[in-house]
Design a protein around this ligand. Structure first.
Ligand code: HEM
Ligand code: CU
Length: 575
């Protein structure tokens, strides 16, 4: 129910108010999209530098290597290697995936899919983007400090991240950058939560919301609760670095009587485990909707899917200790965390089964957004299963800090979240830009990416299982890892393939924005509210606030004539 009057203000006319400091959620969504895609490129290049080093240590990176590292003739130096994997992780998680799924599609979808004219706090929304921009400037600036950027890993564990491990200003700027980004995302999260609670169109109950909105809503709730925890940890770390406090100082207990590096791990993972669900929930929601849309069937057990996502959200706050089995915490604690982690399998199995139920006997349309959604089902299945080996204390003690963990989290985060983000991009592109993307290029993009990323992450799990540890500069110096050289080369070639596949996307995106065929109002034949208005969506979305009469997945009702779906604004045709 709409508690607030939703006015229509005049459309902005100046360049600045229209495109730069815009209050319109759709423009802010696009700003986040450009931001995320740009960082995806930067983070991706860093990944290729890392992979090159692991497959061909001591050999210069082709073409751009000599420009980046002239003093070594183009070879990535060891200290730069540590910086590269730190910033690769940081950038991909906080500056690429988060802005694309949450910043861009959160902003774009929430008002449109719930029938609102904008977010409930448009000014806060604009500030949220510009704070994210400040954060990016801080991060990039850290690269140009005398001792270079942060090098303590994306988790920035002390002592790697204290003055002892990294003396430079780069690490301090990294902390500040993430702190500012945390403030920005918290502002966004509060806005999303409030908007979904107060601005749903008349008639839209919580279970009439598309599952996309469920995912984004739960994500926003986790963000609002746990980003401040990360903020607190980062602030304390900054104090240790700048003001000489000893919160995380190793050995402080023996001298000054307080301080412990493991304390940081607790603080980090109390945030960090929910964070991985913050990233996956929007993708789960989007995929749950798209599978139904393109299988032309109601989403199987939609209510159960929403409730399963909710239970996972709650459980995700209770399992962070599974990242710390090897810190010698008490066996009672490790076993409790293990049991709680395993419990997540139950709701996961429910919605995974619901996905398969949705596909079962569907009249599937294999268009690009659907291919990417099916890709998510596949890779998330693998990511979830490998999680079980890590959740089990006995196997994790061996696998911890190996490439198996890297393979696991790339399947769940890189692969699932990225493919989910692409599904969303191909799906909402017509509504965003009023034009269609090219299907053939989209399919090439999908298949080559799929081959590339499975080569990469499956390979990582194999070398991890064989004992190769993560964050290693030159694996070839260890005799027991030399057998893995061909596999490491294979992974690197897969990574180059994956990188090349993205050129199809970039070309398709840019070309279609200007020259793609004009999109109709509802090119995918879907009944949610955004498809009841013209493409691209007009200023203030809905001339009249729509009244919702049925759920988002009404497909294949035999009493419908002439079409197989109905709009959420239409009275449900009874059988
Ligand atoms: C389905 C159930 C899942 C289980 C049981 C599970 C379990 C685990 C465990 C036990 C670890 C710690 C391994 C170690 O460091 O030794 C881990 C690491 C990780 N998982 Fe999962 N996971 C699951 C799903 C996910 C999902 C959905 C995501 C992300 C969207 C995710 C992202 C990560 C990340 C990022 C790390 C590594 C963080 C780091 O050390 O840098 N996991 N997982
Ligand atoms: Cu976790």
């Amino acid at each position: 129910m709409a508690f607030f009057e939703q006015e229509i203000h005049d459309a902005p006319t100046t360049f600045l108010s229209k495109y730069v400091f815009s209050f319109d959620h759709k423009v802010i969504a696009k700003q986040f999209l450009w931001y995320g895609i740009a960082f995806l490129g930067i983070g991706g290049m860093m990944a290729l530098l890392i992979r090159w080093t692991l497959a061909f240590p001591g050999e210069p990176f082709p073409v751009i290597g000599p420009m980046l590292f002239p003093h070594t003739g183009g070879v990535v130096p060891p200290d730069t290697y540590a910086m590269l994997f730190t910033l690769h992780g940081t950038i991909m998680i906080f500056f690429a995936i988060t802005p694309i799924l949450i910043g861009a599609f959160g902003n774009y979808c929430i008002p449109l899919l719930i029938g609102a004219r904008d977010m409930v706090f448009p000014t806060l929304n604009m500030l949220s983007f510009w704070l994210a921009f400040v954060s990016a400037v801080l991060l990039l600036a850290s690269l140009f400090t005398p001792l270079g950027g942060a090098a303590g890993g994306w988790t920035s564990y002390p002592t790697l991240s204290t003055l002892i491990g990294s003396a430079g200003v780069g690490q301090t700027l990294w902390c500040l950058s993430l702190f500012v980004l945390g403030v920005s995302s918290t502002m966004g999260a509060v806005n999303y939560i409030a908007t979904i609670i107060t601005l749903r169109a008349p008639g839209m109950g919580y279970f009439d919301m598309p599952l996309t909105i469920w995912g984004l809503w739960l994500t926003a709730i986790l963000n609002a609760i746990f980003l401040p925890v990360l903020g607190a940890g980062l602030l304390l770390l900054t104090f240790d670095r700048v003001f000489g406090t000893t919160f995380f100082l190793a050995g402080a207990a023996a001298t000054s009587g307080s301080g412990d590096p493991v304390l940081f791990q607790h603080v980090f993972w109390i945030f960090g485990h929910p964070e991985v669900y913050i990233l996956i929930l929007p993708a789960w929601g989007i995929v749950s909707d798209l599978l139904s849309f393109f299988a032309r069937k109601p989403a199987f057990g939609a209510k159960a899917t929403a409730l399963a996502m909710t239970s996972i959200t709650i459980l995700s706050t209770l399992v962070y200790g599974h990242h710390m089995y090897s810190t010698q915490m008490s066996p009672l604690l490790t076993q409790s965390f293990m049991m709680l982690t395993m419990t997540i399998s139950i709701p996961s199995a429910v919605f995974f089964a619901n996905w398969l139920g949705t596909l079962w006997k569907g009249a599937i349309r294999f268009q690009t957004p659907m291919l990417f959604s099916l890709g998510v089902v596949f890779v998330f299945g693998l990511g979830g299963l490998t999680g079980l080996y890590l959740a089990t204390v006995s196997t994790d003690l061996y696998l911890h800090d190996t490439y198996f963990v890297v393979g696991h989290f790339h399947y769940t985060m890189a692969a699932s979240v990225l493919l989910g983000g692409f599904a969303a991009t191909y799906f909402w592109f017509p509504k965003m830009f009023g034009r269609m993307m090219n299907e053939t290029l989209g399919k090439w993009h999908f298949w080559i990416s799929m081959i590339g990323l499975n080569g990469i992450f499956m390979g990582m799990m194999i070398i991890g299982h064989a004992g190769m540890h993560r964050r290693i500069y030159n694996p070839f110096v260890y005799e027991f890892l030399q057998n893995l050289i061909p596999l490491n080369m294979f992974i690197t070639i897969s990574a180059l393939t994956m990188g090349a596949a993205q050129l199809f996307f970039v070309y398709n995106f840019v070309y279609s924005m200007f020259k793609g065929p004009i999109a109709t109002q509802n090119p995918w034949e879907v009944g949610t509210l955004e498809w009841t208005i013209p493409s691209p969506a007009p200023h203030y979305n809905f001339k009249e606030v729509p009244v919702v009469k049925c759920g988002p997945h009404e497909f294949g009702n035999p009493n419908l004539s002439g079409k197989d779906f109905q709009y959420q604004t239409e009275e449900l045709v009874r059988a």
